[in-house]
Design a protein around this ligand. Structure first.
Ligand SMILES: Cc1ncc(COP(=O)(O)O)c(C=O)c1O
Length: 387
């Protein structure tokens, strides 16, 4: 059967391609997947179990349960002072993944250009393509902490530019923006009249300063689609639940697509999410403390063994340079896997600017991280690659 040319032409995820190699290998320490190593807190799991016992097994409103939308609204108000109306400015989605897809499907016309950072999360470019848009990549540099600048926005905009995708803290670099930096960025965004899709899924894992949602800045709420979810902060990747907040006409458009495709998020996940927002903060803070401790360890060890690494401001990824080894990212990751059984992701999985870097997830136990870094040190000295 012939599949569409558009689908044929989008590449498979670089992470998947690499991790097919890992499958079937024994004793591998995987620092590859972007997923918390914690299990969802017991009170959240218990709420879902209890909801099944109570017989909650039906569809819900397409937009998501009213109680959950009210909780999202309350949570954002308490945490950031944001005002989103639960009735028509919030949509419960199947993770940020669906929220992202719906956002683009709702705003993009064929041929629209969308600014995407390079490197960035693997889904952005392909989804822009699937929606008929064209990604225009902004190369971000380590000297600048892998951040987009207002000058970058000015330089990459054309008459066709419709939107910019921002993700902070970032997967894969861990880069985030202070309020001051966001103010400068938002001035450029307003001037160019762009829509922002702001993927803030790692917002609760910001270590050195308070996270600022882009939509709290003056005049930004009306041009921002704010995406967040439960996967990372609440360790709920398998529950597949997130939410989108945006102006009501945008949420109405997104809800239309969502009702024909997903209909709604599973009711037990919605029940669990209500509990997470009401009583989950303590577990979020506990996990955050642990990630922060691991960040200190991993970054200092990487620099010590000769892989220069900037300090990520958030998320749970380190993005060290491997340029001192003269290997490509793919060669480095493949040889490290073969010779020392440590799996990391080649930086090129996140775009061409990822060449010369690898992504290491520190959402793994301290014990595993220590062993993995010892193996990496041995790999470098054995091959006389110490930088
Ligand atoms: C930046 C970013 N956005 C979105 C997602 C997907 O999140 P969800 O599980 O909510 O679909 C991920 C997962 O790794 C991510 O890193």
């Amino acid at each position: 059967m012939k599949i569409s040319r558009t689908v044929e032409q989008i590449p498979p995820s670089g992470i998947r391609a690499f991790f097919d190699l890992v499958l079937g290998m024994k004793d591998v320490i995987s620092l590859g997947v972007g997923e918390p190593d914690f299990v969802t807190a017991w009170n959240i799991r218990e709420r879902a179990i209890y909801s099944l016992e109570e017989g909650y097994t039906s569809y819900t409103s397409n937009k998501g349960m009213e109680e959950l939308r009210r909780e999202v609204s309350r949570y954002l108000k308490n945490k950031y002072g944001l005002d989103y109306d639960y009735e028509d400015e919030i949509l419960i989605t199947v993770g940020v993944s669906e929220g992202f897809d719906l956002s683009l499907r709702t705003i993009i016309e064929k041929g629209d250009e969308v600014l995407v950072t390079d490197p960035s999360y693997v889904s952005y470019g392909p989804i822009v393509t699937l929606c008929g848009g064209k990604s225009v990549y902004i190369k971000t540099l380590p000297g600048n902490g892998f951040k987009v600048t207002p000058q970058d926005i000015n330089k990459h905009c054309s008459k066709k530019t419709k939107a910019i995708i921002l993700n902070y803290p970032s997967n894969p670099t861990g880069a985030s923006y202070s309020r001051k930096e966001l103010k400068e960025l938002s001035a450029a965004i307003r001037k160019k009249n762009l829509i922002v899709i702001s993927d803030e899924i790692y917002c609760d894992l910001t270590y050195d300063f308070e996270h600022t949602p882009l939509c709290v800045l003056p005049d930004m709420k009306k041009r921002t689609i704010y995406l967040n979810g439960f996967s990372k902060a609440f360790a709920m990747t398998g529950w597949r639940i997130g939410y989108a907040c945006a102006p009501r006409e945008v949420i109405a458009g997104m809800t239309k697509v969502h009702q024909y495709t997903m209909m709604c998020v599973p009711i037990m996940s919605q029940m669990a999410a209500i509990e997470a927002l009401k009583n989950g903060e303590r577990s979020v803070q506990e996990m955050k403390r642990e990630y922060k401790r691991r960040r200190e360890y991993v970054i200092s060890r990487l620099n010590e063994i000769g892989l220069s690494c900037h300090k990520p401001e958030g998320a749970f990824y380190a993005f060290p340079s491997i340029k001192s080894t003269s290997l490509t990212s793919m060669e480095f990751a493949s040889r490290l896997l073969k010779e020392e059984k440590v799996a990391v992701v080649p930086g090129t999985a996140f775009g061409p600017s990822g060449e010369g870097y690898i992504r290491i997830s520190y959402a793994s136990s301290m014990e595993k991280l220590k062993e993995a870094l010892a193996r990496m040190e041995r790999f470098l000295s054995k091959n006389k690659m110490r930088g």
